[in-house]
Ligand binder design. Sequence first.
Ligand code: G6P
Length: 470
Amino acid sequence: MAQAEFVVVANRLPVDRVDGPDGEPAWRRSPGGLVTALEPVMREAHGAWVGWPGQADLEVEPFEFEGTDLVPVMLTADDVELYYEGFSNDTIWPLYHDVIAAPRYRRVWWDAYVRVNRRFAEAAAAAAAHEATVWVQDYQLQLVPQMLREARPDLTIGYFHHIPFPAYGLYSQLPWRRQVLEGLLGADVIGFQRVADAGNFARAVRRQLRYETRASGIRVPQSDGTSRTALAKAFPISIDAQSYADLAARPDIQARASEIRESLGNPRRILLGVDRLDYTKGIRHRLKAYGELVEDGRISVEEVTLVQVASPSRERVEAYVQLRDEIELMVTRINGDYDTLGHSAIRYLHQGYPREEMVALYLAADVMLVTALRDGMNLVAKEYAATRIDNRGTLVLSEFAGAADELGTSLRVNPHDIDALKETIMRAIEMTPAEQGRRMRAMRRKVLEGDVAAWSKSFLSALDATRENS
Ligand code: G6P
């Protein structure tokens, strides 16, 4: 396989392993927007993507898929337990989401994180042509930028952080706080979702490493006594908005939306939540607010149904096992107390769905509830806006989701404040079509203009500019 001018490094490959028609394993493109966004860049630059195929102990040779060279990185069952479930999802994930769940600091997890980050860095170094651009993605790989720079000083290295970067007072809990900052600073451009995340990062660098920062620039001393400037800046990610609008225009999907409403007994209002089953998403707060509104008699289950799609995620990590139990207990209690024979209060679906079905659900929903306690961006909010080509529907959006910075005409709410959440839900339920239209139009415009292609373009041009300056 030839070396590539453009290399993406991410924890996961952009494909899922599925059973082919003849029972043989085959590969199918993953649903994520990042994959779609990068496809043209990949094709044009003869790109390569380095990542884990998603199963333990699976050894796969590099192969080509839809114009991209895929370079699989093997993880053993131990690596999955210590690097992925442990350090990535039981240390960094909760710490970076404001310790909503308690992070666990285990030295064997850190050792595995270093070891696996090195494996990704080596695979990327081998895949990259001379003076290539390498773009590292997300919190599972924070040490890769510096490891790559040491191995391959000729490369231009970008890093994008898809999740929040916490305030210094929390970040400083991390026993390996210096190593992680140094790892990230190996990149020429370090991208964040929100301006506040980039600010938190710069502050951590000042406090921990005593490096000088000015505007978005961080002066990073080099071993030869010189210094280089790394850029730490916000580049809010988005979705391939037009493809959502196109699906929403399809008659079969619109018919499916009516069918969904019908199957729920044609309630006056449908409320919808769509999340990975994760404690950062504020699902319990949402259920609590809805349950109290029914209890208070302000809504009835005949009139207002809540559909909650919670897709299975990280099912072997203890905090996720516990959360699932709590949510399912809450749903059962609320339904047990308030269901009628004909109507369910909450339709709870612990499943993932294809994009077509999600768009039909978005079209069927009068009120979209995004009540995350902390979220890097929250693309569901943007998907809902992109889908509502009829300019109807209301988005209730947590202040603690990155999307709140951009979607200023959503109904923003502090999900910790259950009374405020209840009032906001009522306001959404009662909102006039004219007001829905005004708010939705502005959100749709924002999402269509700032789509994921614009996001990757602006990140990659910032990265290109650092190459020209050096
Ligand atoms: C978040 C992270 C991604 C991650 C995704 C799914 O969006 O930012 O890096 O891939 O969750 O989580 P998983 O653990 O299944 O990869």
